[in-house]
Design a protein around this ligand. Structure first.
Ligand code: 5GP
Ligand code: ZN
Length: 117
């Protein structure tokens, strides 16, 4: 975990505007953008502007930013998904994490069912 931009980090590059993304909302320390490969009618990623690898590291280092991230997820869901959403953090490759800059998946816009996978 670090607060400096990581040169080879995809989501640091999106936060910095070096790689384009469909930004849908921002707050002081969090950016929300559309997932490039959506798995639900609403699939938005919420990421801290600071680089942290995994959600537990963010929670330990910057708990107020994690709270801000959840608030922005709810705002986006309010705008796009009737305020109802699933918020998923994959932590570690075995859990499906492929980008090692914390991101919450905000999923909604349909009945998601009762499964987690
Ligand atoms: P993970 O597998 O790490 O939990 O989630 C990474 C997510 O990032 C995936 O849902 C994937 O579709 C998304 N993604 C990967 N590359 C890009 C990109 O260049 N732009 C955007 N907007 N999303 C991306
Ligand atoms: Zn990063």
């Amino acid at each position: 975990t670090t607060s400096a931009p990581e040169p080879d980090c995809l989501f640091c590059s999106i936060v910095e505007g070096k790689i384009p993304a469909e930004i849908v909302a921002r707050s002081e320390n969090v950016v929300a953008f559309a997932d490039i490969n959506p798995q639900a009618p609403v699939h938005v990623l919420v990421v801290p502007t600071e680089h942290h690898g995994e959600v537990a590291q963010l929670a330990a280092a910057r708990p107020e930013v994690l709270a801000e991230l959840v608030a922005l997820a709810e705002q986006v869901a309010g705008e796009q998904a009737d305020g109802q959403f699933r918020l998923v953090f994959n932590s570690g490759p075995q859990a499906g994490q492929s980008v090692f800059h914390v991101h919450g998946h905000v999923l909604g816009g349909t009945s998601l069912g009762g499964r987690f996978a």
